[in-house]
Structures are given as C-alpha cells and as structure tokens.
Design a protein around this ligand. Structure first.
Ligand code: CA
Length: 228
C-alpha cells in the first residue's frame, strides 16, 4: 500500500531514529535530515506530504524552515507537525501562524505523534467545511446560512461576533487556532475584536452553550480548539 511520504528534520539522533522507526512501521515512506538547511533542500526536491519539524535546530531553526516552505507556493501545501519543548508556547503560536498544522511537545510518546500525523493527513485529505454547510457535533448544530445555533435542539442566542468565532473554530474540529488567527477570521465584521477580546468571546460562548461549551477547548499558552 502506497502511504504518504514524510520528512523528519531533527538534529537529536536518538529522537530521529525513534520517529523514523515508528513511522516506517506504520507504512509511511520516510526520509530524514539533521539540519534545517538540509531539510529545506530535501523538502524542495522530494516534496513530502508531511514534515515532522523540530523547532530547535542549530543554524536555520524550525520556524525559519517553516516560513521558507510556506512562502513558496510549490512547497506551501506540505503539512507541518512541529516538535517543541515545554515552555516554547510562543514558538508554537508563531509556527501555527506561519501555517504549521499541529505540534507535539517533547517528551512525547511515539503513539501520540503517529496519531497526530495521521489526523493531520486525514484532515488535509478532505475539503474544509463549506461556509454554507450545516455543522453538527455532539448535540451542537450550527446553521451558517441562518446564523442559528442549537444545543440539543434548543436555539441559543449569540452575538454576531460570538457566532463567527464559534463557526470558525467548529469549521475545523481538532485544529488549534491562535487568538490572532481567530481575530483575523472574524475581523471585517467587527473591527473592535482584539486578541484579548477573543478570551472574552470564548467565556461568553461557553456560558451560552451550556453543556456544549466544553466543545471549545483551551490550549494553554497557544489558543483554542474545537473538540475533534
Ligand atoms: Ca533539536
């Protein structure tokens, strides 16, 4: 079975070997690089489907690699899962805003990493929810066309901004969005929305959604995610 091609960029050899072993065992075609420069070259020539990208690399770091790939239309579609250390939330935020798909914090279990990779590849394989599409998830129903939200069949009154925030998060279950990305998605409707105000919108949303409020998850230091 022809599985996707994955490139791992990681300078720590034991971690590189561990990931290589586990991804190969899952049937992926795996290539590796131990520096950002080498990884970027390989990514450009081999065009993998997904990159496992350590952020802390000597020389060209992971964020610089991610930026270079996303700026080039020929490599912008390559999915990126970042490897980060604890306390690097600011880098995670920067990476997500550059277009990375997800991240795993070290130390991680190979099982978690392979599950995240499979999820990213699965999500990229299917088109994003259309603006008009009805969204239903664990008792929550969102009618984009009607600006209507139901929890267990009962209509919930939301402000327009709250609705847009919810719709944006729910359009991609499982994806982590930074506050900046959320602001960007809902701006144009209300210029007064700031990153700080996103937190206020989320508090209001959770309260109004009641039992469905827990579908909006806080990703500490990074942003928010709609439960997958
Ligand atoms: Ca490293």
């Amino acid at each position: 079975m022809a599985k996707e091609q994955i490139l791992i960029i990681e300078d720590e050899e034991d971690i590189l070997a561990l990931i290589h072993y586990n991804l190969s065992r899952e049937g992926y075609r795996v290539s590796t690089a131990i520096s950002g420069e080498e990884g970027l070259r390989l990514a450009r020539s081999a065009r993998p489907d997904l990159l496992v990208l350590d952020l802390m690399l000597p020389g060209m770091d992971g964020l610089a690699v991610c930026r270079a790939l996303k700026q080039n239309p020929e490599t912008a579609e390559i999915a990126v899962v970042m490897l980060t250390a604890k306390g690097e939330e600011a880098d995670v935020v920067a990476g997500l805003e550059l277009g990375a798909d997800d991240y795993v914090t070290k130390p991680f279990s190979p099982k978690v990493l392979t599950a995240r990779i499979a999820a990213v590849l699965r999500r990229r394989g299917k088109p994003a929810e259309s603006e008009e599409g009805l969204l239903e998830h664990a008792g929550l129903t969102i009618h984009p066309g009607r600006n209507e939200v139901l929890v267990d069949g009962v209509a919930v009154e939301l402000t327009f901004t709250e609705f847009r925030v919810l719709q944006f998060l729910a359009s991609r279950p499982g994806w982590v969005f930074t506050r900046y990305q959320i602001v960007n998605a809902v701006r144009g409707d209300d210029y007064s929305v700031t990153e700080r105000a996103v937190d206020v919108q989320i508090v209001g949303l959770r309260k109004k959604l009641g039992s469905a409020g827990k579908l909006i998850e806080t990703v500490r230091g990074v942003g928010y995610r709609f439960k997958d």
